[in-house]
Design a protein around this ligand. Structure first.
Ligand code: MF3
Ligand code: CO
Length: 289
């Protein structure tokens, strides 16, 4: 259905289409005619939605800050789950992972060669020398947020420090490419190039995602993509940057039995940091970290 220029804009601003998103849509249409993959209106957030996602993001950040204060050797990943559940509730949120497609806990805890989606357990005790990803996601007032951090438990090996740092720094490299009218592949390639240049590899099968009104929205965000490819970035898009970085080969295997836990195929260490970004008129804004 095509909007007339005097119709109210699709974004809900109450303004006439011609005074609001008409030029914006025309610009997107030009990219589409050139063969680019372009975002549908549904994933372009309104100012009100952005406020909602930011409020959710503040809880997500606070929960991770709280975990950072309390994580220590000797603690079980089940205890991390309880801290996440209690803190999220205290702040008025709901842990998004809980019961998400059957996930049984409130947070993902992925240690050493676990790539992602580790399930918290009483039987998994943090040991000195471990590296762990804690992946927190929050629903607040119907809005979703998502971020994850790595924690080094006590003194860790040089190799562990390296993969943790590469995973963090490749986000900084990718971020330099986040701007309106660029492509997600610009960011993906920057991430991948950085990881390779530092002797690590990026997991192919699992990437990031749009987020905000749902946990996982369009677009799928790959970090093994090429400059100039993948979806066009436009102001109002919100997505995660969360490459999974392996110290060894990129191949991964799913644990038989739980249908969630993903490991490196070669047993090498894996690290991941995750942030959520908003594409703005001039570049980006980090919403969660
Ligand atoms: N937080 C993960 C992400 O970054 C998703 C985890 S799904 C879950 O997309 F069910 F395992 F929580
Ligand atoms: Co995510």
């Amino acid at each position: 259905m095509k909007l007339e220029r005097n119709d109210p804009c699709w974004c809900g601003s109450g303004k006439k289409y011609k005074k609001c998103h008409a030029d914006f849509d025309e610009k997107i249409e030009r990219f589409a005619r050139m063969g680019a993959e372009v975002p549908p209106h549904e994933i372009i957030k309104t100012p009100e939605q952005i406020e909602g996602i930011k409020a959710s993001s503040q809880i997500n950040i606070a929960v991770l800050d709280y975990i950072a204060e309390h994580i220590r050797a000797g603690m079980s990943t089940e205890e991390i789950d309880q801290l996440v559940y209690n803190k999220t509730k205290e702040l008025g949120g709901i842990p998004a992972p809980l019961n998400y497609e059957g996930f049984p806990k409130s947070v993902c805890t992925s240690i050493n060669d676990v790539v992602c989606h580790g399930i918290p357990s009483e039987d998994v005790i943090l040991q000195e020398g471990d590296i762990i990803n804690v992946d927190v996601s929050t629903i607040y007032n119907g809005y979703f947020s998502d971020s994850s951090r790595m924690f080094c438990i006590g003194e860790v090996s040089e190799e562990a420090k390296h993969v943790v740092n590469v995973a963090k720094d490749c986000i900084t490299e990718g971020l330099k490419q986040v701007k309106p009218w660029g492509f997600l592949g610009d960011m993906g390639q920057a991430v991948n190039d950085y990881c390779k240049a530092h002797g690590c590899s990026v997991v192919v099968e699992i990437g990031g995602h749009g987020i905000g009104l749902e946990f996982h929205e369009e677009p799928y965000v790959s970090y093994v993509s090429n400059r100039g490819e993948e979806m066009l970035m436009v102001p109002g898009m919100v997505f995660t940057i969360e490459p999974m970085v392996n110290a060894g080969e990129a191949d991964v295997v799913m644990m038989e039995g739980d249908d969630w836990t993903v490991y490196t195929a070669d047993g090498s260490l894996s690290a991941q940091w995750e942030i959520t970004v908003l594409v703005t008129e001039t570049g980006y804004e980090i919403l969660t970290y």
